[in-house]
Design a protein around this ligand. Structure first.
Ligand code: BG6
Length: 471
């Protein structure tokens, strides 16, 4: 079904796997300040300041799953899994510890040199996210992060440093992970705290969105100069909004939600703001700092491909009294009565993956790359070191069937399937370890206790066979 270059792999994020948060000169980042527990959501949403976290709070990113020290062993496991791609992110504050330095931290660069070389040794293609929910604390302190235009130059400096250092070795770059997370969790997505008494939330968010999109376009421009063979993708937390019923009121609400969700891709892929957004900015009196130069940069430097995560579809209803914020990844919606839910309440909808692939392709006609898809579930490690995760196998299998159909029957060009995730890692939304996504179990609990031993689950062997048959 697939061409030879099709990427089969797994994905991760620095803050969810690396640990080693103060090693070799690394500075603090936004996610290092996001605690585990009942304050996590309010801080993630930028509604509570991180400095109000309980004194004895536990911060899961500080240890991750200790990939910083285990990467060689982990890459060997990836080679055994037979994948040919690994998506990871670079920790910005390893490279520029406060973000403000004029020259990079050599030890940070070296870590990723070693990581990339180790992957290439096994013919595993690195797919690299420049910022996966990642802003150095120094930039939050200096500029309140992406509230400020200053961030554009900081990001460009950082991106150029990476492109110059890793050129020829990294062919696929992603600028911002799930750029639309900014709409739902501005602290997680962009290191932003919003004082709702003094600030207009929408103004702050759409201003930050604009700066991020200009920064991403400038990174695209820089990559074309520095390494013209490499490509840069936009990245969206995807999933279509279905109308709850055929009532035109529900259909309209779903249409509006889809427009908002595609807002970022409209700008990054078409190079222009959608008209509805401009009208909305006007109607709501948002005064955004958008210059003519910015608009030209956006127009001239659109993304090469569109990458996205997919966990669930979403469902919209005009009557908002039933909204359940726990139906999927960040974006709320109502419960879809036709679907089953995961242990964390997320809707399970394999056909929704084929639907969203068609939606994105119909809108943009750029190659797609799936860079996250998987099931967060509780696993049981038996006394004999086995994890029977047939639920995860079923999830992946049904989604892969839909991918096959979208390629063979709908003709959608897909560059790769990079699932979430090869190793268990810290959950982004809940900070838990018990919400496990991996094909490989990592022995660590929600409070960081454990041996950090790696144990292959049943899904590891299943995925390996699947890839081997379809490569
Ligand atoms: C995406 C992120 O939101 O979904 C990942 O890019 C995240 O960082 C993944 O881990 C799954 O979400 P969660 O909240 O279950 O970890």
């Amino acid at each position: 079904m697939l061409n030879k270059k099709f990427l089969w792999g797994g994905a991760s994020a620095a803050n969810q796997i690396e640990g080693g948060f103060e090693e070799d000169g690394r500075g603090l980042s936004n996610i290092d300040l996001l605690p585990y527990g009942d304050q996590r959501l309010a801080i993630a949403q930028g509604k509570m300041h991180y400095s109000e976290a309980k004194e004895d709070a536990y911060y899961p990113s500080h240890t991750g799953v200790d990939f910083y020290h285990h990467y060689k062993e982990d890459i060997q496991l990836m080679a055994d899994l037979n994948v040919n791609a690994f998506r990871f992110s670079i920790s910005w504050s390893r490279i520029f510890p406060t973000g403000l330095e004029t020259s990079p931290n050599e030890e940070g660069l070296k870590f990723y040199d070693n990581l990339i070389d180790e992957l290439l040794k096994y013919q595993i293609e690195p797919v690299v996210t420049i910022s996966h929910f990642d802003v150095p604390k120094g930039l939050m302190d200096a500029f309140e992060s992406w509230k400020s235009r200053e961030m554009i130059a900081q990001f460009e400096k950082y991106a150029r440093t990476l492109f110059n250092r890793y050129k020829g070795r990294v062919k696929y770059w992603i600028s911002f992970n799930e750029i639309n997370m900014l709409l739902h969790k501005p602290f997680t997505g962009a290191g932003i705290f919003i004082d709702d008494q003094k600030e207009n939330r929408k103004q702050v968010i759409f201003q930050a969105a604009h700066y991020e999109m200009v920064a991403s376009a400038l990174a695209t421009k820089a990559l074309r100069e520095i390494d013209p063979d490499a490509q840069l993708g936009a990245m969206l937390a995807a999933g279509d909004y279905y109308p709850y019923s055929a009532n035109p009121e529900d259909v309209f609400v779903a249409q509006k939600a889809n427009q908002e969700n595609f807002f970022f891709l409209d700008v990054q892929s078409r190079g222009e703001y959608p008209r509805w957004a401009l009208k909305q900015f006007e109607a709501e009196n948002l005064s955004l700092d958008i210059t003519a130069d910015d608009l030209q940069i956006l127009k001239e430097n659109t993304c090469d491909f569109i990458s996205f995560s997919y966990y669930s579809s979403r469902t919209s209803k005009a009557d908002t009294s039933d909204v359940d914020t726990n139906t999927g990844n960040a974006a709320g919606g109502v419960v879809n009565p036709y679907l089953k839910r995961s242990e964390w309440g997320w809707m399970i909808d394999p056909l929704g993956l084929r639907i969203v692939m068609n939606s994105i392709w119909d809108r943009y006609q750029k190659p797609l790359m799936i860079v996250e898809n998987g099931l967060g579930a509780k696993d049981t490690l038996t006394d004999t070191d086995v994890v029977h995760d047939d639920y995860r196998i079923a999830y992946l299998n049904t989604h892969l069937e839909m991918i096959k159909e979208s390629m063979t029957e709908d003709g959608i060009p897909l560059m790769g399937f990079i699932m979430w995730s090869i190793l268990d890692l810290v959950s982004s939304s809940s900070g838990e370890m018990s919400k496990r996504y991996g094909l490989i179990y990592v022995d660590k609990d929600n409070l960081g206790n454990g041996s950090y031993r790696r144990i292959k689950k049943d899904s590891f062997y299943w995925f390996k066979d699947y890839i081997t048959e379809n490569k």
